[in-house]
Design a protein around this ligand. Sequence first.
Ligand SMILES: NC(=O)c1ccc[n+]([C@@H]2O[C@H](COP(=O)([O-])OP(=O)(O)OC[C@H]3O[C@@H](n4cnc5c(N)ncnc54)[C@H](OP(=O)(O)O)[C@@H]3O)[C@@H](O)[C@H]2O)c1
Length: 252
Amino acid sequence: MNIGIIGIGNMGYALSAALSKKGDDSIIVYDRGKYKIPKSKNISRVNNVLDLVKSSDIIFVAVKPADAEKLFDEISLNVKGKILVSLVALYPYKEISQKIPNAKICKIMTSVAAETRKAPVLAYCPKEVFENLKDILKRIGEPYLFDERVVDALVPIAGSGPALFAYFLDSLSQYMVLAGIEKDLADKIVSFVAYSTSDYILKNNIDLHALIKKVTTPSGITIKILQEFDRRTIKGNIVDSIYSKMESHLKP
Ligand SMILES: NC(=O)c1ccc[n+]([C@@H]2O[C@H](COP(=O)([O-])OP(=O)(O)OC[C@H]3O[C@@H](n4cnc5c(N)ncnc54)[C@H](OP(=O)(O)O)[C@@H]3O)[C@@H](O)[C@H]2O)c1
């Protein structure tokens, strides 16, 4: 299988790294500017978008929304019968299908952390297209099929998630600096806390409240900190902050 990726910025790089790690597929990449690609013998560059489209069975589009409009028009006559996977956040599926009526379209949302091959991949497309793509999406992470409304609503989690986590981890790291730890070391330690916690939750299939209960000794320091978080409505403020920016996408 030939897999094409158009736009090798943050997301295109992550995808090309994930998809080239295993499997016999050839990864073909194109970007209009200068760009770096992961070291892999499976990845080859082409010099124009139509060469990529013509030689790919599946085409991932990883350009910014403002560039997607023109790109979809440019490639629409050359993608007949192929699978086109759009990573363009919040770009309506209907508009892609209207611009590219001859291709099988799938809209996905994932993050730069897809490079680790462990990111959630939220997809909206007809079930048979999803089934055809599933093995490829599994090489990026954990695929889930949802309604488009849900894929859009979860952009702040599945797409922006790494930035939101980095923001929270940076707060913990800042506390460690106050406690006398060098920032680089503090960042590394909080990242290991996050990594081991996620691994623990997933391996034990433990729900988040059960984990909090496990760590929280009555009258201990954890419950005192969590009580202070609640007093400052940290959780409510986080939920409200995300909700307030996504409200227009959450209406049924
Ligand atoms: N960044 C994230 O964490 C994230 C997460 C989830 C989803 N997304 C979605 O992923 C898409 C890409 O985001 P990104 O952060 O990876 O953007 P990016 O870093 O700006 O990468 C996009 C790349 O595509 C190139 N490009 C634009 N139009 C092109 C065209 N017609 N042909 C070939 N190359 C073209 C750009 O070149 P120029 O530099 O010349 O513009 C740039 O190198 C966006 O639609 C975004 O909504 C991003």
